[in-house]
Design a protein around this ligand. Structure first.
Ligand code: GLN
Length: 454
């Protein structure tokens, strides 16, 4: 088939299923078909790459030239980007066809996709369940096969937790592997883009396109180009799997625990050995993250002031009143909560007690991982303590929502690569995710580990 025919068939599926899933915020058939024609031209000229003509969609945190780029927020609901994020540009150069912008929690803050100004996303496996967040639109779109692959971002689990809730595969690479240029900043020292797909193999191919040094991102890593698909079939004989005892403690759902342990048994059959390890500061991950990420967010989100772009209040008395009204009207409740928390922990008198202390604990959490990687090659555990929960069940309790992130936050605090791989279902048919965490730059190895289980 031509790239255009392929794009058309996916667009038809999006048109019929998106109204019930709400995975897309913006669809623009004309723009998508223009990209598909460009892909066909590349193919006709003999310049096609591996992914030329393959459709994808981007989490609406990535800006894309000429596309409305909202971050799931009312404050950017009419913002059309004049430029492409590096990730978007790279996918375009590879000839991939952008089918639209995917729903997400506002500014990527959330674990259920219920914090979007464009409405909640439904889990395709059960329309009464959340898809996870914040990349819930990406996970739902891939799971419902509205797109073969999608981009996501992961600041504290936002690729892995929705991947686990929707039964797909997603990887957050080592911090610095994927450029953050044009990926609207939430907590800059944590934010990392990554691929979401049905399989580890597809994730590897998309990561090959998304990754690479970018001089437009000062934290982008300058490394030799790597082929993330190179280890997909490297035998797992002798692989040492670390099981942290803290990952199988209180609060973990029984069905999730058994599915994860059953997956580990499969790995033993593939030649792996299991070592019990300890990550004693696991319980510190939630307080540490929920101090540091809001601190960075309060600074990053100060740029939304109604002056340069985004929503501006219709009436105001002076400049300060304009800032206040625009931000009051434009931001949702969770974003305001984070800005307030962040401003508080950074303020004079509380900085040492909260922000500085959390920075120190962050370092200790990273050191714990390095000790563990002396005795194992990968760490396995649950991606989340439960399977997808019911829509609306956590919305009045922010703390309960934050507890969903207990297993996903530590790799972001340490900058380590981590992924979620489908590992079965609960008795009521909701997917369960196995989390695999590797040492810095172990992406290719981890993708191979996931591939051979799939
Ligand atoms: N759930 C976490 C939060 O709300 C993680 C979000 C993310 O990774 N973007 O901050």
């Amino acid at each position: 088939v031509s790239s255009e025919e392929l794009a058309k068939s996916y667009l038809a599926r999006i048109t019929s299923l998106n109204p019930s899933l709400n995975a897309f915020i913006t669809i623009d058939e004309e723009k998508s078909l223009a990209e598909a024609k460009a892909a066909d031209a590349l193919r006709a000229a003999g310049n096609a790459g591996l992914l030329t003509g393959v459709p994808l969609a981007h989490k609406d945190i990535f800006v894309a030239e000429g596309w409305r780029s909202t971050c799931g927020s009312k404050i950017l609901s009419n913002f059309v980007s004049p430029y492409d994020a590096t990730v978007v540009a790279k996918c375009k150069t590879a000839g991939m066809v952008n089918l639209g912008k995917l729903n997400c929690d506002e500014f990527a803050m959330g674990s259920s996709n219920e914090n979007s100004a464009f409405g909640a996303v439904k889990n395709p496996w059960d329309l009464t369940a959340v898809p996870g967040g914040s990349s819930g639109g990406s996970a739902a779109a891939v799971a419902a096969r509205l797109v073969p692959v999608a981009t996501g971002t992961d600041t504290g689990g936002s690729i892995r937790q929705p991947a686990s809730f929707c039964g797909i595969t997603g990887i957050k690479p080592t911090y610095g592997v994927v450029s953050r240029y044009g990926m609207v900043a939430y907590a800059s020292s944590f934010d990392q883009g990554g691929p979401m797909a049905q399989t580890a193999e597809d994730c590897a191919l998309l990561l090959n396109v998304m990754s690479g040094f970018d001089e437009l991102d000062s934290t982008s890593l300058e490394r030799e180009v790597e082929d993330y698909a190179s280890d997909l079939n490297t035998p797992l004989n002798g692989l040492r799997i670390g099981l942290p005892k803290e990952y199988f403690a209180d609060g973990l759902d029984n069905e999730v625990a058994s599915a994860v342990l059953a997956a580990v048994e499969e790995y033993k059959k593939l030649g792996a050995t299991v070592v019990e390890v300890s990550l004693p500061k696991t319980r510190m991950a939630i307080p540490t993250y929920y101090i540091l990420a809001p601190a960075e967010a309060s600074s990053n989100l100060s740029r939304f002031d109604g002056v340069r772009y985004g929503h501006r209040a219709a009436e105001y008395t002076d400049l300060v009143d304009m800032y206040e009204k625009s931000r009051t009207e434009g931001f949702g409740a969770e974003v305001k909560r984070r800005i307030l928390t962040g401003a508080y922990v950074l303020s004079h008198g509380y900085y040492d007690a909260y922000y500085l202390k959390a920075q120190k604990v962050r370092r200790l959490i990273a050191e714990d991982f390095q000790k563990v990687f002396e005795v194992c090659d990968v760490i396995m555990g649950p991606a989340a303590p439960t399977a997808a929960f019911d829509l609306g069940s956590h919305t009045n309790d922010p703390l309960q929502m934050y507890l969903e992130d207990v297993y996903t936050l530590s790799p972001n605090l340490a900058g380590l690569p981590a992924m979620s791989v489908p590992a079965g279902f609960t008795s009521n048919g909701r997917p369960i995710g196995l989390q695999i965490v590797g040492n810095y730059f172990a992406e290719a190895k981890m993708l191979g580990v996931a591939h051979q289980y799939q």
